[in-house]
Design a protein. Sequence first.
Length: 156
Amino acid sequence: MTDLPVYTAADIDPTGLAVESFDNDDAVELGLTAVEAIRMSGRSLAVRIVLRGDVVFQAKLRSTGPGNDPWLAGKAAVAERFGEPSLRVRRTHEEAGTPFAERADVDHEVLKAHGGSVPIRVDGEVVGTITMSGEPDVVDHQVVTDAVRGYLARRG
């Protein structure tokens, strides 16, 4: 197995995907770009795109399945609640000496601060998320950010 990527909170752009507009068609295009990124990575990942509370795109590649659903939902809940990538939320807490998993004020069945979810913003407002699950969370984060970069490059 290859070495896992290493991220600090400062390494992770807090913005996520920021665009002037984003609709269902854009979500599908982002999803298809994400599937390409997953295939290029050779990883076993599921991807889900939620826009305004609605699952607009979902694909489960290789050995992913129903067991990824709670992770997809939990990571997305963190990105939506905190307005930044789920891995950044985790790393920020770790670097402050208060791991997210030790917070008593959140439901850890609902909020999973593990890498793999990035908020989607329109005019600064979080309107959705793109989330991946299936590999170590730093890999999930790496592939989802590769997908976002690929989508933005195509969008121009």
